[in-house]
Design a protein around this ligand. Structure first.
Ligand code: FES
Length: 321
């Protein structure tokens, strides 16, 4: 994966607990292009890699804008971003990747954001607006004060397409998803990013929709979105195609750790199946997919696996390693 050197051009308090970061290239060059819904991996000086979605207009080639929520259970990512990173700092990032592609082939779009899940959807709203596609953005937060980009959205040229929903912490006062999503729009698409509870509710409310019209991106692993077909933890073998070597993965071991213990470096970041950094091609055998990043089509094709969290349904997997 390409590493890009960037400079932190600007940091600001965007809303309660949320800071905005503007990254530009260190040498003044144009940054690699990104598409709406894309994210970058930020390599923090404390050794942690964290993934953040760009929220700015993909047409802007000279900067990436991120919104970062200071998480109460931060494992060294958001706390470091909030407390240690300063304007002018130099950082390394991965080139943009997009596991949450905005497909510009629908007649209508429903964007549903929860909290900091607004970031990829803000970029999508900008792209849809630019493309002249009909859409509506539903933005759910606890209070107005905790609503990042509230002023920007309220004053934007697409303000009339944005609906703010503040539930005050009571889901009963939140968005009426059943009513909103009751009618299937076969030519529509839904994009949702937010906390696990919101995404699980959207998933339930769209159970009657074609699954390929409803798209999710998680910013932390959510038990509710774990693939329903995931089996019990059991031991399996993994064969490395390049050497023919066979490794044993115990029922209480992760495939990623077994590979690492045997000297095979696999890049990883989230290690909970939501970023796609550790995807490896599968040549034989059937994975037991535990991730929340692959599409249904990718899962059923069985030709790749997120080695950080997924396992095997067959006794052996042959990996392209
Ligand atoms: S490291 Fe993120 S999906 Fe495996």
């Amino acid at each position: 994966m390409d590493i890009i050197k960037v400079r932190v051009a600007r940091i600001w308090q965007e809303a309660g607990g949320i800071k905005g970061f503007e990254l530009v290239s260190q040498d003044g060059q144009i940054l690699p292009a990104f598409t709406a819904g894309a994210h970058i991996g930020v390599h923090l000086p404390n050794g942690v890699i964290r993934h953040y979605s760009m929220c700015n207009d993909p047409e802007e080639g000279n900067r990436y804008e991120l919104g970062v929520l200071k998480s109460l259970d931060s494992r060294g990512g958001s706390n470091f971003m909030h407390d240690q990173v300063k304007e002018g700092d130099l950082l390394k990032i991965d080139a943009p990747r997009n596991n949450f592609q905005l497909k510009l082939d629908a007649e209508t779009y429903i964007l549903i954001a929860g909290g900091i899940g607004i970031t990829p959807l803000l970029s999508m709203a900008r792209a849809l607006n630019r493309a002249g596609r009909p859409y509506r953005l539903y933005y759910c937060t606890r209070t107005a004060e905790m609503t990042a980009y509230r002023d920007l959205l309220a004053q934007s040229e697409f303000a009339g397409k944005v609906e703010f929903v503040h539930d005050g912490g009571d889901p009963q006062k939140g968005l009426d998803l059943a009513a909103l999503l009751r009618e299937i729009r076969t030519n529509g698409r839904i994009y949702c990013c937010g906390p696990g509870g919101l995404m699980a509710a959207v998933k339930a409310a769209t159970a009657h929709w074609p699954s390929d019209r409803v798209h999710f991106e998680a910013f932390s692993a959510s038990p509710e979105l774990r693939p329903a077909e995931a089996g019990p933890d059991q031991a399996f073998e993994v064969e490395l195609a390049s050497s023919g070597k066979v490794l044993n993965v115990g029922a209480d071991e992760s495939l990623l750790n077994v590979l690492r213990d045997n000297g095979i470096f696999i890049p990883s970041a989230c290690e909970e199946g939501i970023c796609g950094t550790c995807i490896v091609n599968v040549l034989e055998g059937e994975p037991d997919h535990r991730d929340q990043i692959l599409t249904d089509e990718e899962r059923s094709a069985n030709n790749c696996i997120t080695v950080c969290c997924s396992r095997a349904k067959t006794a052996r997997l042959k990996l392209d390693l």
